[in-house]
Design a protein around this ligand. Sequence first.
Ligand SMILES: Nc1nc2c(ncn2[C@@H]2O[C@H](COP(=O)(O)OP(=O)(O)OP(=O)(O)O)[C@@H](O)[C@H]2O)c(=O)[nH]1
Ligand SMILES: [Mg+2]
Length: 283
Amino acid sequence: MKKSGFVVMIGRSNAGKSTLLNALIGSKIAITTPKPQTTRMPIHGVLTREEGQIVFVDTPGILKGAKDILSKKLHEAVESSLTDIDLVLYVTDPSREIGDEERAVMSIMKNITAKKILVINKCDLPDPAFKDFYLDLAKEFDDMIEVSALRGTHVESLVKMVYKSLPEGEPFYPDYQLTNMPNKVWLAELIREKLFLRLRQEIPYSVHVEVTEVEERQNGMMYIKAVVYTTEERYQRMIIGQGGRGIKEIGQSTRNELEGVMNQKIFLDLTVEVDSHWMSRFE
Ligand SMILES: Nc1nc2c(ncn2[C@@H]2O[C@H](COP(=O)(O)OP(=O)(O)OP(=O)(O)O)[C@@H](O)[C@H]2O)c(=O)[nH]1
Ligand SMILES: [Mg+2]
């Protein structure tokens, strides 16, 4: 009998949960940026091996004090990912002090009855200032490991640790499937990553991307139509940039990455529209 189970990753924003998901699966499934609240929905990354199947669930980061609609919905998404699970990976960043935000994650952890592993990430950083504080938490966990999601250090040991604590069971996904994310959503996420990396201050939190069309054209080119929605006209102007330079650069960096992954020419039709209400419709 093989093993199977759901393993949810939680932690404050920027701890490196999405970077870890990609390292565990060995493929870019979730987008990652240095900005908080990059992840906006729970994302499944599926690892199928001889031993069985692990479904890792990446969740939005806990960001305390943010009272906006988007933050509230992200928080709800984390809470609802925590039912019917086999294991929790609590992902921490030892270069940041344990403050209100970390304590908010800990209080969520307290109510979890599933097994828990403390993951101290970013072990590639020289002498992270607060590591001892995180090491102190280990006694409240079933297991503990230090990793570098960015470099892949000890990620394989973490996979072994996870397999060891999972119950026997049937796989949830076919063995070739790496994620539950539809292709159009993944493409939209990739565009959002480029927007996040390029935009400053609050603008990233005002954007939402939808891919409306993906079509294989006769000349072997992939045609992708996408709309960037933002909440205000002044943001729309800033995203488009002087003479359209901003949106052109965002399109170019998305295309560069996609052409590398898909080994095919990409035509990206990218427009920016104002929709002041997208946050309230956000699921
Ligand atoms: N040095 C170092 N940086 C890391 C490591 N893992 C992640 N990072 C960086 O930390 C930042 C945040 O990474 P993400 O994976 O987006 O973090 P997250 O926890 O998913 O963040 P949210 O989705 O906002 O909750 C990025 O700039 C990553 O490159 C690591 O092991 N070492
Ligand atoms: Mg993330």
